[in-house]
Structure formats: C-alpha cells, structure tokens
Design a protein around this ligand. Structure first.
Ligand SMILES: Nc1ncnc2c1ncn2[C@@H]1O[C@H](COP(=O)(O)OP(=O)(O)OP(=O)(O)O)[C@@H](O)[C@H]1O
Length: 601
C-alpha cells in the first residue's frame, strides 16, 4: 500500500519491483506475436511452405530466434539490475531467478505461438497481447492464490513477486536455491509453469490442425479420435483405385456417371491415355484420379486425370470456384488429396514431397515478399530453402534474375519496386533451381499492357525444358501463351486441348457484327441475313449494333467481304467486322453449359 511521508506519496520498493519486473521481462511477448502474425498476414508462411519449407522447421527456427532474443533481453535486464543494486538481483541467489527466467522464456514463446493460432490480424493480436499482459500483471498484484497459477503469467509474476519481496523485506531472507522445496510457493509456480508449457505445446499442435487457416485443411475437432478411421478408409480407397487401371472399370466403378457425362470426349480420351500409361514418360506432371473433398463436405475436385508434356505452357482456366486453386494447392503440397495421386518430375506427391518441392516453382497470385530484403536476398533465401548447394546459391539467384530482366535491380529493397518489378521478382523466385514444373497463378493481373507483354515474353522463354501451369482469367493471356488449355468447371475438367482444337470443337466458326443508324436496323438486318447461311444464329441485337454467329462454308467468307464492302452504304451499314470465334466465347460456352448442369457433391 502507498504510504504518506513528508507530504509526498512514497510507493514501497517491493510494489515498484512487482509491477516493473513483470513488464520488463514480458515486453518481448507482443513482439513475438506480431512477428508470427505479420508472416501469417502477409502469407509469407504459405510462400515458404510452397517452396518446401517444413512447418516444423519454420516453428523451430522461430523458437530458437525468439529464445536468443529473450536471452539477450534477460541478460540485459539482470546486468542492469546488478549495476543499479536492485535487491532482487544482488541479494537473491542467482540460480533462483535464472531458473525462473529460463522457464518463463519458454512459456512466453509457447504463449506467442498459442495466441498466433487465434488471430488473423496483427493489430488485433498486438492490442490483445498487451491487454493480457497488463491485466495479468495487475491481477497478480492482488491475487496470489495457487489457483491463479493455472494461468502461466500469473504463476510467473507471483513467483517473481515473492522472490522480489523476500529480497527487500527485512522480516524475510532472500531466496536461495535450497528454499525451493516441495510446498514452497515459488517452486509450486515453477512446476505449474513447466506442466502448462507442455499443455500449451499440445494445445498448439491441436489448434493448428483444427482452427481454419489460409492453407492446409482444418480437421474436425474430434479428429484425434476419428483420424485413424479416416486414414484407413482413404488408404483402402486408394488401393482400390490403383488396382482399377482400365478405363472400363474406372468408368463403371469409381467415377461418378455424372462426372463422365460432364467431361467431353477429349478429356475421356486423355484419362484413357494416362490410365493406360500411354503418356510421354518425360512428362513432368502426371495426375491420376485427383480428388478433393473438404471437411465441410465440398467436393472441390472430382477425379481429374491428365498428363502435361515438357516445353509447353498449360493454361488451367475456369470460373471462380471451379477447383483450380484446390488442384494446384494439392500439387504444391499445401493440401493432401482425398484420393488419387500425382507424379511430378518422377516423384510421387504422396511419398516424396521433399523431392517434389525441389522440382516445382510457385508464383502465387499476390507478391509475397519481405519489404526489407533486397531483390537478390530474396532469391538467395529461396535458393537455400530449395536446397541449392551454398557454393551455387549466388549463381542460381543471378540466373533467375537475368531470366526476368531484374539483374540490375539486385541490390534494391523490394519495398521500392513497382508492381511489375515485384511480379517479375515473384516469377524469378519460381524459376530458382530450374524446376521441372512451374505454377504461375494469374501472373499479370493488374499490370499495364507494356509490363504484361514483357512478362508474357519472360514466361514464353521460361517454358524451355519444363512445364508451366498457368491459371488466368485473361483469355487474351491464355490465347497468347498457352500451348494447351484445360477448362475446369464445378471441380471437373470439362475440356482439354490446344487452342485450335478447342475452337474447332466449341467455336461456332465466325462472328459477324455490323453497326448502323437506328432507323436502318431493319433494312441492314434483312440484307445481312440474306447473305448468311440459314442456320446463322443472331447473338445480340441492340439499337445500332447486331451480331451473328455462323459456320463457314467454302467460299462464303470471301463472298461476304466482297458483297458487304460493295453494298454496305445502300443497305444502311456504317461499319462491320468479321471475326473467328475467340477463346473467350469458347470459354463462355463451356462454362454456360457447365453451369446449367446440376452440381454433384
Ligand atoms: N478450405 C476450404 N474449405 C472448404 N471449401 C473450400 C476450401 N477452399 C475452397 N473451397 C471450395 O472449393 C471450391 C473450389 O474452390 P477453389 O478455390 O479451388 O476454386 P478456384 O477455381 O481456384 O476459384 P478462383 O478462380 O476464385 O480462385 C469452391 O466452392 C470453394 O468454396
């Protein structure tokens, strides 16, 4: 309690210490939390995972890093305390507070990982962590029962307070190691902290699996009891699928009739070719019966089977929610497939993921970069994660930068780069270590036309000796870059083939469009319809613009050009154009059909 003396309020030394020491030795906790949260928020962890960093390595490195920081801070705290003759340090036997600090360091880091499980925003996490520390310190001033030790900070703050008070009060003697015997409150607090530390670790292991996160799939809360059964069921299903390699069995048994009806002939032929092992043995990417059911019951990918050859860019197209990201997340190791398997660069994603990571490169949709690292440092970091030998790291990093024309930017911090330069750096990262398969997720979204073209050139050059899987919503980009295209809808591969093949199968030939004044529409429409084949289909009709789609006949195109050019004026046509069906129209047709189908779960 504060006491009045000489008209000033003097606060007892033990109270000052009991407030000051806990804060002093806890200030790193919010820093740990914010460090973890930032990496989660900026998706750096996902990027590192997709490049092969094991989650256990990530946690271990952070743990060691945090503990080193904590040790330095604690040493500074103790040395300052000794220099300023604070009784807790001068009178107490050093081993007592060293043991306390040693354990609190571990508990603090475990708490930081635990808090990290619950938050998605670093600001909220920071505020809540500060609030928790302040409340815990204040509560520890008034509550000192052993029951309060269930909350580890209260156990630590109370133990620290006991040691501090004992070193100051003349009625008690400063703590010695020999005082820590059973029944002693400081030892009780230490025991509580040790037990709680392990409980927190178990809780973290459980929560990281159960709580939803941006990557991976969260398991149901009861997974501890049911996981063995789910695993057994999946294994049995996979074994059955491996046995059934003929198309007949697959169609009859394992693949839903509806899925088969949903696919076109080329997709079925592709499945047959892959299942009968008739694909090119050099194909860096082969997948069989790839299927993903999320724990929510959503069937996101329904039995995709295909192989993609070397030296080409494969465009994976589809509307939002088609299952593209899910499929790519499986291939890049973020999710496990529910069934099916894939071979990347001759490595099995089920059993050889470490080698698969070294065979793939990933350029995610958003640039996931550290603003305080230079362009070169990024490449060196990912070269290290990819397991490039230390002697070759620099050479490999420079090679990747040269490929994206960023060599002269190597010393620049990424926070000073333009959007296009950041994109190129992300592509450089995906090319590090010459991966056999590179996944590019919407590489030019939001960029100006000039930079897009530069990136198209880079991507085109990069396909040499490897496969590039590109997802994009830009049909222009797909037309320019992709040698082969697969369109997904509702989790199924709907069609597959070269651009020409898709236009041949799904394009309805040609599109004619004319523009005229509103009072000429009737006359112009009559005239144009007299020239087109009878089965021409009117697509749009606005006040001043009308368009038709029709299949060509021998000599028709040349005849149309000659006829319309000569007589357009007298028929009231101001302007007109004739185009071949675009990929966009093919896409819309396929997606239109797909959306009309009932969704199968
Ligand atoms: N973690 C998840 N848990 C449950 N359902 C999910 C999860 N992730 C995706 N889905 C669902 O799976 C389906 C396929 O989603 P996915 O993200 O793979 O589609 P997409 O084709 O990549 O779409 P976009 O082009 O918008 O990225 C969607 O219906 C989506 O809501």
């Amino acid at each position: 309690m504060p006491t009045l003396s000489n008209n000033t309020i003097s606060i007892p030394l033990d109270k000052i210490g009991n407030v000051f020491y806990p804060f002093g030795i806890s200030f790193l906790l919010p820093i740990f939390v914010i460090t973890l949260m930032k990496e989660k928020e900026e998706r750096i962890l996902i990027m590192m995972r997709m490049n092969g960093l094991k989650i256990s390595t990530y946690y271990l490195v952070h743990y060691i890093h945090f503990y080193i920081l904590y040790t330095i801070a604690s040493l500074f705290f103790i040395i300052t305390g000794l220099l300023f003759h604070m009784e807790i340090f001068t009178k107490t036997e050093p081993l007592v507070y060293i043991i306390l600090f040693f354990i609190w360091g571990h508990v603090q880091i475990a708490l930081a990982f635990l808090f990290n499980c619950f938050f998605n925003k670093s600001r909220t996490a920071l505020i809540v962590t500060f609030f928790i520390i302040i409340c815990s310190v204040l509560v520890s001033l008034f509550v000192d029962s052993v029951t309060s030790f269930y909350w580890p900070p209260l156990a630590f703050y109370n133990a620290l307070s006991l040691v501090n008070t004992a070193s100051i009060q003349p009625t008690s003697h400063p703590y010695k190691l020999s005082d820590l015997v059973l029944g002693n409150k400081v030892l009780t607090a230490i025991i509580y902290m040790i037990v709680e530390y392990f409980i927190i670790l178990l809780l973290i292991a459980y929560l990281t699996k159960v709580l939803p996160s941006e990557y991976g799939v969260h398991k149901p809360w009861h997974y501890i009891f049911t996981d063995w059964y789910t695993k057994k069921k999946t294994k049995k299903m996979m074994l059955e699928q491996q046995k059934d390699t003929t198309l007949f069995k697959v169609e009859e048994g394992l693949i839903d009739k509806e899925i088969i009806n949903f696919e076109d002939g080329d997709v079925r032929e592709e499945r047959k070719r892959v299942l009968e092992n008739r694909y090119d043995k050099d194909s860096p990417l082969v997948m069989k019966h790839m299927r993903k059911i999320y724990p929510t019951g959503k069937l996101a990918v329904k039995n995709v089977t295909l192989s993609i050859d070397k030296n080409l860019i494969f465009g994976l197209l589809g509307p939002n929610g088609a299952g593209k990201s899910t499929l790519i997340s499986i291939l890049t190791g973020l999710y496990n497939p529910s069934s099916g398997n894939a071979i990347i660069n001759n490595y099995n994603i089920d059993t050889q993921m470490d080698k698969v990571y070294r065979s793939i490169g990933v350029c995610p949709q958003q640039d996931i970069l550290w603003s305080d690292l230079t362009v070169l440092e990024h490449c060196l970091f990912y070269a290290r994660i990819k397991g490039i030998p230390a002697k070759k790291e620099f050479e490999v990093a420079i090679k990747a930068l040269k490929q994206v024309r960023l060599e002269s930017f190597k010393g620049r911090l990424t926070k000073g780069l333009s959007g296009g330069e950041k994109r190129r750096l992300s592509i450089a990262i995906s090319l590090i270590g010459d991966p056999a398969v590179v996944f590019l997720d919407e590489p030019t979204t939001g960029l100006d036309p000039e930079v897009r073209r530069l990136i198209w050139n880079i991507v085109s050059e990069a396909k040499k000796d490897r496969t590039i899987v590109l997802t994009t919503h830009s049909m222009e980009e797909a037309e320019v870059l992709c040698n082969k295209i697969g369109i997904m809808a509702q989790g199924t591969l709907r069609c597959i083939g070269s651009l020409l093949r898709l236009k041949e199968v799904y394009g309805k030939g040609f599109k004619l469009n004319f523009i005229c004044k509103p009072n000429n529409v009737e006359k112009a429409t009559k005239y144009i319809e007299s020239l087109l084949p009878l089965n021409a289909k009117k697509l749009d009709s606005f006040t001043t613009s009308v368009s038709y789609e029709f299949e060509s006949q021998p000599g028709l195109i040349a005849r149309l050009f000659k006829e319309i050019e000569q007589h357009k004026k007298v028929n009231g046509i101001d302007d007109w154009s004739l185009n071949q069906t675009s990929l966009e129209e093919v896409f819309l047709r396929i997606i239109g059909e797909a959306d009309a189908e009932p969704e199968t779960e």
